[in-house]
Design a protein around this ligand. Structure first.
Ligand code: RP5
Length: 163
Protein backbone atom coordinates (compact mmCIF):
# COMPACT_ATOMS: atom_id res chain seq x y z
CA UNK A 1 0.00 0.00 0.00
CA UNK A 2 1.39 3.47 -0.91
CA UNK A 3 1.96 5.72 2.09
CA UNK A 4 -0.78 8.34 2.52
CA UNK A 5 0.83 10.18 5.42
CA UNK A 6 4.35 11.62 5.27
CA UNK A 7 5.94 12.12 8.69
CA UNK A 8 8.91 14.46 8.33
CA UNK A 9 11.18 15.29 11.27
CA UNK A 10 13.97 17.81 11.54
CA UNK A 11 16.51 15.54 13.22
CA UNK A 12 17.24 11.95 14.14
CA UNK A 13 16.70 13.09 17.71
CA UNK A 14 12.96 13.50 16.88
CA UNK A 15 12.52 9.95 15.58
CA UNK A 16 11.84 8.18 18.87
CA UNK A 17 8.88 10.41 19.75
CA UNK A 18 7.50 10.56 16.22
CA UNK A 19 7.65 6.82 15.69
CA UNK A 20 4.67 6.79 18.06
CA UNK A 21 2.73 8.50 15.23
CA UNK A 22 3.83 5.80 12.74
CA UNK A 23 2.82 3.09 15.20
CA UNK A 24 -0.64 4.55 15.77
CA UNK A 25 -1.21 5.06 12.04
CA UNK A 26 -0.13 1.47 11.48
CA UNK A 27 -2.55 0.19 14.09
CA UNK A 28 -5.35 1.97 12.18
CA UNK A 29 -4.09 0.46 8.91
CA UNK A 30 -3.05 3.82 7.48
CA UNK A 31 0.25 3.57 5.60
CA UNK A 32 2.88 6.18 6.40
CA UNK A 33 6.55 6.91 5.85
CA UNK A 34 8.97 8.67 8.18
CA UNK A 35 11.84 10.82 6.83
CA UNK A 36 14.52 12.87 8.58
CA UNK A 37 14.92 16.03 6.47
CA UNK A 38 15.94 19.25 8.18
CA UNK A 39 14.55 22.46 6.68
CA UNK A 40 17.80 24.19 7.61
CA UNK A 41 20.42 21.53 6.99
CA UNK A 42 19.00 20.04 3.78
CA UNK A 43 16.62 22.60 2.21
CA UNK A 44 17.06 21.41 -1.39
CA UNK A 45 16.36 17.79 -0.47
CA UNK A 46 13.27 18.91 1.46
CA UNK A 47 11.94 20.81 -1.56
CA UNK A 48 12.49 17.81 -3.80
CA UNK A 49 10.73 15.52 -1.31
CA UNK A 50 7.73 17.86 -1.00
CA UNK A 51 7.38 18.20 -4.79
CA UNK A 52 7.36 14.43 -5.27
CA UNK A 53 5.06 13.53 -2.40
CA UNK A 54 1.57 14.14 -3.79
CA UNK A 55 2.30 12.21 -6.99
CA UNK A 56 3.28 9.17 -4.90
CA UNK A 57 -0.06 9.22 -3.05
CA UNK A 58 0.78 11.30 0.04
CA UNK A 59 -2.36 13.10 1.26
CA UNK A 60 -1.20 14.69 4.53
CA UNK A 61 2.10 15.80 6.04
CA UNK A 62 2.93 15.52 9.72
CA UNK A 63 6.01 17.63 10.44
CA UNK A 64 7.84 17.67 13.76
CA UNK A 65 10.65 20.00 14.77
CA UNK A 66 12.20 21.61 17.80
CA UNK A 67 14.00 24.90 18.48
CA UNK A 68 13.43 27.36 15.58
CA UNK A 69 11.07 24.70 14.17
CA UNK A 70 10.56 26.03 10.66
CA UNK A 71 9.98 22.61 9.11
CA UNK A 72 6.14 22.47 9.20
CA UNK A 73 5.77 26.01 7.85
CA UNK A 74 8.33 25.46 5.12
CA UNK A 75 6.47 22.33 4.02
CA UNK A 76 3.10 24.14 4.14
CA UNK A 77 4.53 26.89 1.94
CA UNK A 78 5.24 24.38 -0.84
CA UNK A 79 2.19 22.13 -0.95
CA UNK A 80 -1.62 22.41 -1.01
CA UNK A 81 -1.80 19.28 1.18
CA UNK A 82 -2.72 19.74 4.86
CA UNK A 83 0.24 19.99 7.25
CA UNK A 84 0.03 19.01 10.91
CA UNK A 85 2.83 20.45 13.02
CA UNK A 86 4.28 18.85 16.15
CA UNK A 87 6.44 21.11 18.33
CA UNK A 88 9.21 19.06 19.91
CA UNK A 89 10.34 19.38 23.52
CA UNK A 90 13.86 19.61 24.81
CA UNK A 91 15.00 23.16 24.27
CA UNK A 92 16.54 25.49 26.85
CA UNK A 93 13.38 27.62 26.48
CA UNK A 94 11.03 24.89 27.70
CA UNK A 95 9.53 24.12 24.24
CA UNK A 96 7.86 27.53 23.95
CA UNK A 97 10.21 28.34 21.09
CA UNK A 98 9.06 25.43 18.89
CA UNK A 99 5.39 25.78 19.94
CA UNK A 100 5.20 29.47 19.04
CA UNK A 101 7.28 29.02 15.90
CA UNK A 102 4.93 26.36 14.55
CA UNK A 103 1.60 27.83 15.67
CA UNK A 104 2.27 31.43 14.58
CA UNK A 105 1.96 30.96 10.84
CA UNK A 106 1.11 33.96 8.72
CA UNK A 107 -2.39 34.21 7.25
CA UNK A 108 -2.73 32.20 4.05
CA UNK A 109 -0.36 29.34 4.95
CA UNK A 110 -1.88 27.36 7.84
CA UNK A 111 -0.30 24.60 9.89
CA UNK A 112 -2.59 22.62 12.23
CA UNK A 113 -0.55 22.51 15.41
CA UNK A 114 -0.93 19.84 18.10
CA UNK A 115 0.52 19.86 21.62
CA UNK A 116 4.23 19.64 22.38
CA UNK A 117 5.48 16.14 21.56
CA UNK A 118 1.93 14.92 20.93
CA UNK A 119 2.72 12.50 18.11
CA UNK A 120 -0.45 10.52 18.82
CA UNK A 121 -2.78 13.49 18.28
CA UNK A 122 -0.97 14.34 15.06
CA UNK A 123 -1.60 10.79 13.83
CA UNK A 124 -5.26 10.85 14.91
CA UNK A 125 -5.88 14.21 13.26
CA UNK A 126 -4.38 12.85 10.04
CA UNK A 127 -6.68 9.83 10.29
CA UNK A 128 -9.70 12.08 10.89
CA UNK A 129 -8.89 14.03 7.72
CA UNK A 130 -8.50 10.83 5.67
CA UNK A 131 -11.73 9.49 7.19
CA UNK A 132 -13.70 12.29 5.51
CA UNK A 133 -13.24 10.52 2.18
CA UNK A 134 -12.66 6.92 3.27
CA UNK A 135 -15.49 5.10 5.06
CA UNK A 136 -13.23 2.14 6.02
CA UNK A 137 -10.77 4.47 7.75
CA UNK A 138 -13.68 6.24 9.43
CA UNK A 139 -14.99 2.90 10.73
CA UNK A 140 -11.59 1.99 12.23
CA UNK A 141 -11.25 5.43 13.78
CA UNK A 142 -14.71 5.23 15.38
CA UNK A 143 -13.88 1.77 16.76
CA UNK A 144 -10.56 3.07 18.16
CA UNK A 145 -12.35 5.96 19.86
CA UNK A 146 -14.98 3.63 21.31
CA UNK A 147 -12.24 1.35 22.69
CA UNK A 148 -10.56 4.39 24.26
CA UNK A 149 -13.82 5.37 25.96
CA UNK A 150 -14.42 1.80 27.10
CA UNK A 151 -10.98 1.76 28.71
CA UNK A 152 -11.95 4.77 30.80
CA UNK A 153 -15.29 3.23 31.75
CA UNK A 154 -13.62 -0.06 32.72
CA UNK A 155 -11.05 1.64 34.93
CA UNK A 156 -11.98 0.58 38.48
CA UNK A 157 -11.06 4.01 39.81
CA UNK A 158 -13.99 5.44 37.83
CA UNK A 159 -16.65 3.14 39.37
CA UNK A 160 -19.05 4.62 41.88
CA UNK A 161 -18.44 3.01 45.23
CA UNK A 162 -18.48 3.70 48.94
CA UNK A 163 -15.24 5.69 48.67
C1 RP5 B 1 15.42 20.74 15.18
O1 RP5 B 1 16.24 21.00 16.25
C2 RP5 B 1 15.07 19.29 15.25
O2 RP5 B 1 13.75 19.11 14.83
C3 RP5 B 1 15.27 18.89 16.69
O3 RP5 B 1 14.03 18.81 17.39
C4 RP5 B 1 16.11 20.02 17.24
C5 RP5 B 1 17.46 19.54 17.67
O4 RP5 B 1 18.09 18.91 16.59
P1 RP5 B 1 19.48 18.16 16.76
O5 RP5 B 1 20.46 19.22 17.18
O6 RP5 B 1 19.26 17.10 17.82
O7 RP5 B 1 19.79 17.56 15.43
O8 RP5 B 1 16.05 21.00 13.96
Amino acid sequence: MNPQVAIVVGSRSDVEVMSRASDLLGSLAVASELRVISAHRAPALLGEYIRGAEGRGIRIFIAAAGLAAHLPGVIASQTPLPVIGVPMAGSALGSLDSLLSIVQMPRGVPVATVGVGNAENAALLAVQILALADPAVRERLVAWRAAQTQQVLDDPSNQNGPD
